[in-house]
Design a protein around this ligand. Structure first.
Ligand code: SF4
Length: 257
């Protein structure tokens, strides 16, 4: 334990989808919100994605996603409450004049969503039937709202982008993403989803429902709901996450060095 930074660290080896992944966990020791886990989960997600990318590359399959292609960044991007708060903090910590520019983009995007008549469905994504979800996703896409972080068709917060963005990689033509031709879009499949696992753990309401926030509503949502944060000791968040990811009990990370 580092007494000054009050963190615990441990290096662990995971077996995921036939790959051995070594990761250093740096965990806040005290009571923290779930977003404190995100730096570690970004790293874990990138390791899992890299492993699958290398595997398909060996099979002669190429990933179509490249820097400068933001074809998927006009789709509905549901993030967890913790990620919505992180997005809000990223914007708040951006230096001017970029901060005001970003806020303006979020505001304009939210106004367009509010005017579209699909706001209720977009905000309650987790409660929709499959048919309703399909209709909402298509209607959202037809609005053509670019993610506020999209700059020259590249992600301006690439190292901090949400987990769902990290796990969205395709092996089909980018043209299908640009037109949302769902039948033709071939997404890379991963043995586990860090995004889904984290959302399930972070966003479960008292009624047991998952909660998601459309990325473009992150600032608005955080302003209204930012205080509803659950604090737990960092090791407990880690324990819950890995138990959910593996579907089994893991050793208590309180023993982390
Ligand atoms: S956060 Fe980045 S990768 Fe995700 S939708 Fe926005 S621009 Fe695209």
């Amino acid at each position: 334990m580092n007494p000054e930074a009050q963190t615990l660290s441990a290096t662990t080896e995971l077996r995921i989808g036939g790959n051995k992944l070594k990761i250093k966990l740096v965990i806040p020791a005290g009571e923290v919100p779930p977003e404190s886990l995100l730096p570690t989960l970004h790293e874990l997600s990138d390791l899992i994605v890299d492993g699958v990318e290398q595997k398909v590359h060996r099979q002669g399959v190429e990933i179509s996603c490249k820097k400068g292609c933001g074809a998927c960044c006009r789709q509905h991007v549901p993030v967890s409450p913790a990620e919505a708060r992180l997005i809000s903090a990223i914007v708040e910590n951006t230096a001017e004049p970029a901060r005001s520019e970003l806020k303006e983009r979020f505001e304009q995007a939210a106004l367009r969503l509010k005017a579209s008549g699909i706001m209720d469905h977009a905000m309650n994504y987790h409660r929709l039937s499959e048919a309703e979800t399909g209709a909402m996703v298509k209607a959202y896409f037809d609005l053509g709202i670019a993610c506020p972080f999209l700059d020259q068709e590249s992600c301006s917060i690439h190292p901090f982008r949400p987990l769902i963005c990290r796990e969205y990689l395709v092996i089909s033509s980018p043209d299908h993403c640009a037109k949302l031709e769902e039948e033709q879009i071939k997404r890379l499949k991963f043995p586990v989803s860090v995004a889904d696992t984290f959302s399930g753990m972070d966003g479960v309401s008292q009624k047991g429902e998952n909660k998601y926030v459309p990325l473009i509503m992150a600032l608005d949502w955080t302003e209204k709901n930012g205080d509803e944060v659950k604090f737990r000791p960092g090791p407990k968040w880690v324990q819950s996450f890995f138990a959910d990811l593996s579907g089994s009990e893991i050793p208590d990370p309180d023993s982390a060095r």
